[in-house]
Design a protein around this ligand. Structure first.
Ligand code: ADE
Length: 246
């Protein structure tokens, strides 16, 4: 059995010696365990290239019932997450991890992109990812964090999946996590544009042939073709990205 470094309880021990640490404050820590059991991130955890620690919010809840939410002032539907349990969790994790960057996941945040992921990975400072459940969070929580991040213009039921997206996106940029680091330069967004089309065998499938140039063995021509394809694709499918580049 390979050693799993991250889904132990929150007893205050440090697990692993990952180059990059993620600390997630959540009501649903078990969601992370199943998601990162396999794949690239699972392997990175086993090799202690990254560390993920979940910090359950419930023990910071109030009263005998460990309450973490309440009805909204002014009325309205749904419940709102209270500020005190979140403040206590954020401050507990922050004091044990000097230099940690506190990030609240919310659809109202700045939209995450590849260059932010690169900045987080390059800086290497630990990240605190605070997942709210969505109906809402008390507005005062915003004053306790460094940054608010969204993963896109749609609403999830909670920040957990958004936190996972950030862990996956940043985690794979940490040195040694990907088998072949060259693929980082070539993939979509790596250079600010979409990736060129890729093919493998067979040469022909249902009448669709692999472009002749890729079979030519002429590396200069192949390189030029790929660059042109990437440019055209970006202009056609994502004019917003093409614009940003020029
Ligand atoms: N929580 C709910 N929706 C979200 C989103 N789009 N991004 C980040 N956190 C969220």
């Amino acid at each position: 059995m390979l050693k799993r470094v991250w889904w132990k309880d929150d007893a205050g021990n440090r697990f692993g010696a990952g180059l990059m640490e993620f600390h997630v404050i959540t009501l649903f820590p078990e969601m992370f365990e199943s998601t990162f059991r396999g794949g690239i991130i699972g392997r990175a955890l086993e090799q202690a290239k990254i560390t993920i620690r979940t910090h359950p919010l419930r023990p910071f809840g109030l009263g005998n019932y460990k309450q973490v939410d309440d009805t909204p002032y002014g009325g309205g539907s749904g419940m709102v997450m209270r500020v005190e349990p979140l403040a206590a969790a954020i401050e507990t994790v922050a004091s044990a991890n000097p230099g940690i960057r506190k990030i609240l996941l919310t659809p109202q945040g700045e939209v995450m992109n590849q260059s932010m992921a690169r900045e987080f990975a390059n800086r290497g400072a630990p990240l605190m990812l605070i997942a709210g459940r969505y109906e809402g969070i008390d507005e005062r929580v915003r004053s306790l964090v460094d940054q608010e991040l969204s993963i896109g213009d749609y609403v999830l039921s909670g920040g957990e999946i958004a936190a996972m997206v950030i862990i996956e996106t940043v985690g794979r940029l940490i040195p040694g996590v990907l088998g072949n680091p060259d693929s980082l330069n070539e993939e979509s967004f790596g250079s600010g544009s979409l990736e060129y089309p890729q093919y493998t065998r067979p040469e022909e499938f249902r009448g669709m042939r692999v472009p002749e140039v890729l079979l030519s063995g002429n590396h200069a021509r192949i390189q030029k073709w790929r660059e042109a394809q990437a440019r055209e694709r970006t202009a056609h499918r994502r004019p917003d990205l093409a614009e940003r580049k020029s």
